[in-house]
Design a protein around this ligand. Structure first.
Ligand code: IPE
Ligand code: IPE
Ligand code: MG
Length: 252
């Protein structure tokens, strides 16, 4: 009997209210290494597969009209990894940027990079600058790619910039508010993510969007990032749409 094989509820587009999508979804792209290891492949193969999944999911987010997709691609802590793994991730990033330069105008996709780009090599920084320049002319879905990103580093960087403005006399410490502080963080002008998705089975932030996720809804899944599908995204959005977001208030 066919029905006996229906183990898992198959979340499809039907379960999602596309009129009530979050404006901003953030994703921690995790599980690439384990995906590869389970197949007896080098970890780098997992990053290659993960990059393909990113292309699929980013394209789909654009198609459904999501305003912002933010992905955690490389953290300030990921430099601790073996050299060849870091090199592969940077190479995949370069490939993606070259590809994006050819397609972002056609697809009306803006790219923004969150993190400290100063440590990237000249070639990568040049590509990042070119993507930023094109993005400035576009209006469509914005994909924010976090590279050499750390939530704590971001907050410290913002504090330094604010202190410098105080010394320069353009603002006073007493004038600092949460709204003003937002102007100094990497993601200034980007609405906070309503939904944070972490595939890969870990239930932690790993230094991602510490400021921005103050009221985000978290969705964790054991699915490894290279196996993440549109239906997994539907599942996450459907779960988000069931949540009761109170922001410290009481249920209406
Ligand atoms: C995430 O996958 C990608 C990066 C951190 C760059 P991992 O490489 O962390 O995969 P796991 O967690 O080891 O499986
Ligand atoms: C978080 O994943 C960073 C990225 C996905 C870029 P990690 O794999 O680095 O996080 P931990 O080490 O499990 O906390
Ligand atoms: Mg990991």
């Amino acid at each position: 009997m066919k029905l006996a094989f229906r183990k898992k509820k198959a979340y499809t587009a039907g379960q999602v209210d596309f009129q009530r999508l979050p404006r901003h979804i953030a994703v921690i792209l995790d599980g690439n290494g384990r995906w590869a290891q389970r197949r007896g492949l080098p970890r780098t193969a997992g990053h290659k597969a993960g990059a393909e999944t990113f292309r699929t999911i980013a394209t789909y987010c654009r198609e459904i009209g999501l305003e912002h997709l933010t992905v955690y691609a490389f953290s300030t802590e990921n430099w601790k990894r073996p050299r060849d793994e870091v090199d592969t991730i940077m190479l995949l990033l370069k490939r993606y940027l070259l590809e994006a330069l050819n397609t972002m105008e056609r697809d009306n996709v803006r790219l923004r990079f969150l993190g400290d780009m100063s440590v990237l090599n000249d070639e990568l920084r040049e590509l990042v600058d070119q993507c930023n320049a094109i993005s400035a002319r576009l209006t469509g879905c914005q994909c924010n790619i976090c590279i050499n990103y750390g939530g704590r580093a971001e907050i410290v960087h913002a504090a330094k910039m604010f202190a410098e403005d105080c010394i320069a006399g353009s603002v006073k410490p007493t004038e600092l508010t949460e709204n003003l502080f937002e102007n100094y963080i990497y993601s200034s002008g980007i609405p906070s993510p309503e939904l944070l998705i972490r595939p890969g089975g870990e239930q932690r932030l790993s230094n991602f969007l510490l400021w921005q996720c103050a009221y985000a809804e978290f969705y964790f899944t054991d699915v490894l990032w290279p196996d993440f599908t549109k239906n997994e995204l539907h599942r996450a959005i459907a779960a988000y749409q069931q949540r009761d977001r109170r922001f410290g208030g009481v249920k209406k």
